[in-house]
Design a protein around this ligand. Structure first.
Ligand SMILES: *Cc1c(COP(=O)(O)O)cnc(C)c1O
Length: 357
């Protein structure tokens, strides 16, 4: 098989163990003589997968009993709408740190009164705004912890006087999180915990039930709590692979252990970007993401961009082109991206520098 160093931003690289196990389960799921995509989602074999997966989420993220773990569909983009539907009564507040944050805000503003507390739009979202405070007259405060497109990240758990809601699509399970501080954490699985098709939501039960309007059934978190994430047919294959991915994560020591590796991988690549005369990082140093590393050609060397992309491609690098809205390069170093891939990318950057010194 061709060797690929996969730096895709999402869907992303997954552990080989999870892929192998998925292949087996596609052929024969737990000795049932049927594929995992053919069995009933009401069978006891499937129930066991749901239970195991929920338990792994709780264990790996240390989720308190006040919170439920839900598996939904529709991606983080549908959660942008579920959030105001379930929480917005008078007014909502958002921190605008990128395109995903803007899309989340748009849904709230479309349904009711929403304010932007602070924004980094003035510098292409290359930093996390500072010096703002959370209004106390709002129903909730929404943040995007990792800004996948710009490579900035809020890596601490904010104290909020109002229910705190976070889109953690691209940094969930990359570091320990104090889940108790959040009313809701949500995201698409395909950035760090599984394939596309399943959406996770970790929700504090007592934060619900505070709005007076009708909440459409499928958008209502209570529906999915009551139905144990099986009110309707769940995305079984995606959940199966997510469960295998979490088993792999537990096997290598869990979130604390992977966080150390993630910090190391990011540090190695940022060090090279800072050292290499051909490249510069685009995110403010204090806000640099450990998941998505964004960089461009140094001033005066912009003409080398396409050449570097094809040079890296020849050496097996996949997915390092920056998002179409910002250009340059982006290497996504999610949990399953091995240190070896980062080393290969660094070696490629060094080789390229020698050619163009
Ligand atoms: C990818 C991404 C989304 C969109 O996720 P979908 O599951 O594709 O809807 C939202 N927020 C962030 C931070 C993302 O990285």
């Amino acid at each position: 098989m061709k060797k690929a160093y996969n730096f895709n931003a999402g869907p992303c690289v997954l552990p080989k163990a999870a892929i192998d196990s998925a292949i087996d389960a596609l052929k024969d799921f737990k000795g049932t003589g049927m594929s995992v995509i053919e069995v009933s989602h009401r069978s006891k074999e499937w129930d066991a997968v749901m239970d195991e997966c929920r338990a792994l989420w709780k264990e790996l993220l240390n989720i308190p009993d006040t919170h439920e773990v839900l598996f939904m569909a529709g991606g983080a983009s549908t959660q942008f709408l579920c959030v105001p539907m379930n929480f917005l009564e008078k007014k909502a507040a958002y921190l605008e740190t990128g395109v995903w944050a803007k899309k989340a805000y748009k849904e709230a503003a479309g349904l009711g009164d929403a304010v932007v507390v602070a924004s980094s739009a003035d510098k292409t979202f290359s930093y996390i705004p500072k010096g703002w405070s959370i209004p106390t007259d709002v129903d909730y405060f929404h943040i995007t912890t990792n800004n996948t497109i710009y490579g900035t990240e809020i890596r601490r758990d904010i104290d909020s006087p109002v229910p705190l809601i976070a889109d953690m699509s691209s940094d969930i399970m990359s570091r320990p999180v104090d889940v108790g501080k959040y009313a809701l954490i949500y995201g698409g699985a395909q950035k760090n915990v599984g394939p596309a098709g399943v959406t996770f939501a970790i929700i504090r039960r007592d934060a619900l039930g505070k709005v007076s309007h009708y909440i459409p059934t499928m958008l209502n978190y209570q529906t999915h709590i009551d139905g144990k994430s099986m009110f309707n047919t769940p995305p079984v294959f995606s959940i199966y692979v997510m469960n295998e991915t979490l088993k792999w994560l537990k096997g290598i020591g869990g979130v604390e252990a992977i966080n150390k590796i993630n910090v190391k991988k990011a540090q190695m690549l940022y060090d090279e970007i800072d050292r290499n005369s051909l490249f510069v990082g685009t995110a403010a140093k204090e806000d640099r993401s450990i998941m998505n590393v964004c960089f461009v050609m140094a001033e005066g060397r912009e003409a080398l961009q396409d050449e570097f992309l094809s040079f890296a491609k020849d050496r097996g690098m996949v997915g390092i082109k920056g998002h179409r809205s910002v250009g340059g390069f982006r290497a996504s170093l999610y949990n399953a991206c091995p240190v070896e891939a980062v080393e290969a990318l660094i070696a490629t950057m060094q080789e390229f520098e020698k050619l163009h010194k």
